[in-house]
Design a protein around this ligand. Sequence first.
Ligand code: SF4
Length: 357
Amino acid sequence: MTRHNWTKKEILEIYNKPLMDLLYDAASIHRQYHDANSVQVSTLLSIKTGGCPEDCGYCPQAARYHTDIEGNDLMSVQQVKAQALRAKSSGSSRVCMGAAWRNVKDGPEFDNVLEMVRTINKLDMEVCCTLGMVTENQAQRLAEAGLYAYNHNLDTSEEYYKDVISTRSFEDRLQTIDNVRKTNVTVCSGGIIGMGETEADRAGMLVALSTLNPQPESVPINALVSVEGTPMENEKPVPIWDMIRMVATTRIIMPETQVRLSAGRTQMSREGQAMCFFAGANSIFAGDKLLTTPNPDVNEDMEMFKMLGLKPQKPFTKKSQPKTIEAKDSNFEAKGEKPKWTRPNHTIERNLEAQKK
Ligand code: SF4
């Protein structure tokens, strides 16, 4: 039975169990709810790169930090279609389109994104978007274009969030998730470990995710890839044991969710990844880049799948394919809303220092 009242204390107790007990419990639950040899494969596509006004301390796309990211304007629908076809032919069942925006703004760029969603859904692939904060009306427009999932990570615990980002609040994140929940689009929301947080913060993030009702259909667990020029450039790589414990704990408290091994896989051995799959991870991002950070090559992943006897999950295994409604038949007009997302602007020393460099 899926519980929505997990406490931080209970989650910490699970996270800190002897490893063999933790793995056994997680793998047992995993097998009750999922095909343990099936892994969902997504391709992440950065449709608009860099120049973001936010100050997320882990992100090389924030305009205020001095990284060597090459920025790009919004890709065309044709470019996106070509990339989606390539992803499909190499075994991906989902395309996740990311734009470095604070929030979605109604207008020609968003209309283009809606057209990209329609185009990919018609290729019989699951479509996910990660575009920053959205209003309910924008979420409805994405839903009727055929969006399958919306990604909006909580990143970390509510307490530690204030040490990572000063340009928006944790409450804004929850509001966007709530707006998406009012549609038939599934929710993808997870976080990053290795940003200097405590184990209690990791558990706090899992409390926030697992007490959502319903729980997110997909939870990405990222290991920080520290990029030169960002405030977190000096953070040490996350030990593989922390990743395994985080995956296993997520699996136990969110049994129905697809747990996604996300950023940081290049730093993991195949043995480490295999243990994550055993502990309940059943989704990965494929392709040599994750927005802007390196990721294993598709062929390497397919070799690993072969070696481990894993098979890529077919699209729409967990939920049926949404219907696409064409723009001319839309039931939702652009409202041109200007919601008051918060701008806390508290001080985060390491973010300010990175900005000055
Ligand atoms: S994580 Fe997203 S919102 Fe934050 S700076 Fe990067 S692109 Fe912008």
